[in-house]
Design a protein around this ligand. Structure first.
Ligand SMILES: Cc1ncc(COP(=O)(O)O)c(C=O)c1O
Length: 367
């Protein structure tokens, strides 16, 4: 029997009538672009995440690009981010023409090592982008203190951290902007591409909204060239349905993570450390092993799906060769990339499936 890594069908079946009604509603109103469904979802997502504003956009990558542009970051500027993330984070920095400056991650939380940030700040540094990777919030007290001291902008990459909090405050509400992805496999996933930018400041909110929509506030009057990064109305309607279930799904993920923890910790497995200030939403449940290929082969034979997030550290990506980083520059990220393994994790996963994954893991894994 297959154990899925993510089961989008199980989730769909549990909310099928609501989803179909939402899609049909848009087909009836033809509210395809920038309409009421985007407005409603943006309001509801702001409430859920504790943000003053949310601007829907095309995807999580364009959310970062738009945030950087709205903050005026571009050629000649440097942006500090973490070597352990998905490629979209540095890609967006490159897209606006700024220079990417990496920092290593912490060995226990896998999040940006805030102790290393200050040594990377130069006169050109304009922004820090912490990534709340795996749904585990970065240390936002430390990030914001550094940003304040050096007068830097902060964009939180929240692509994996829907509903996650640090000190009971939503991720994406500390910095100038938070950027979310609603890629289908995310904790809150659309049925296509979608994203959002959370903003706390009135003027910045207006600017972000203009950057999403051709640099305009009026239909045919454009203040600057910005492009089209709008959210699709059908996706907004789908997301609004799913948002109502997100708290419940998140609690289920947390229960499953706790169950994994109870089964694996006694065997000495290294798992993600969650700081007491953090409410982790476990987008990914990750462990470390020293014989990953062997474990993955064993899982493959048994039809247990798993993943690696991510196998190539960002500073070693071919696309970023021009930055001239080398192997050994970020040893914690590099070591993790060779050992980390993401286990099945989604709200509908059963405890007996978790038991099966763990018992097979324990049979073959070397620590
Ligand atoms: C950390 C991180 N940042 C950004 C993105 C980009 O989001 P999208 O795929 O919606 O463009 C992702 C998506 O995988 C991500 O995981």
């Amino acid at each position: 029997m297959t154990i899925n890594f993510v089961d989008l069908d199980a989730q769909y079946q549990s909310i099928k009538p609501e989803i179909q009604e939402a899609i049909n509603g848009i087909l009836e109103t033809k509210d395809f672009i920038h309409g009421k469904s985007v407005e409603a979802f943006s309001k509801n997502f702001s409430i859920a995440q504790g943000s003053k504003y949310t601007v829907g956009c095309a995807n999580g990558t364009s959310a970062i690009t738009v945030a950087l542009r709205a903050l005026g970051i571009g050629p000649g500027d440097e942006v500090i981010s973490v070597a352990n993330s998905f490629f979209a984070t540095p890609e967006a920095i490159a897209e606006v023409g700024a220079k990417i400056v990496f920092v290593d991650c912490e060995a226990d939380t896998y999040s940006i090592d805030t102790k290393q940030i200050e040594s990377k700040i130069t006169a050109k540094t304009k922004c820090i982008i912490p990534v709340h990777l795996y749904g585990n919030p970065s240390n936002m007290d430390a990030v914001m203190a550094i940003a304040k001291k050096h007068k830097l902008h902060v964009i939180e990459d929240c692509a994996q951290s829907h509903l996650a909090t640090w000190n009971n405050k939503g991720t994406g509400t500390f910095g100038d902007c938070g950027t979310f992805s609603f890629y289908p496999g995310k904790n809150l996933g659309a049925y296509g591409d979608a994203g959002a930018i959370t903003v706390q400041n009135d003027d910045l909110h207006k600017l972000v909204a203009m950057h999403v929509n051709h640099g305009r506030t009026k239909k045919y009057e454009h203040d600057f060239c910005a492009g089209n990064f709008r959210m699709d109305g059908i996706q907004a309607a789908i997301l609004d349905v799913k948002l109502k279930h997100l708290k419940n799904w998140t609690e289920k993920r947390r229960e499953l993570a706790c169950y994994y923890e109870g089964l694996l910790k006694p065997h000495g497995f290294k798992t993600i450390t969650v700081r007491p200030e953090a409410y982790c939403v476990y987008h990914i449940y990750l462990i470390e092993v020293s014989n990953r290929d062997e474990v993955m082969n064993h899982f493959k034979k048994l039809d247990i799906q798993c993943g690696v997030h991510y196998p190539i550290p960002l500073h070693q990506q071919p696309a970023l060769k021009h930055l001239e980083y080398k192997k050994g520059d970020f040893p914690v990220t590099e070591k993790a990339s060779e050992r980390i393994l993401s286990l099945p994790m989604y709200a509908e996963l059963t405890k007996s499936e978790v038991e099966k994954v763990c018992s097979e893991l324990i049979k073959v894994a070397k620590l």
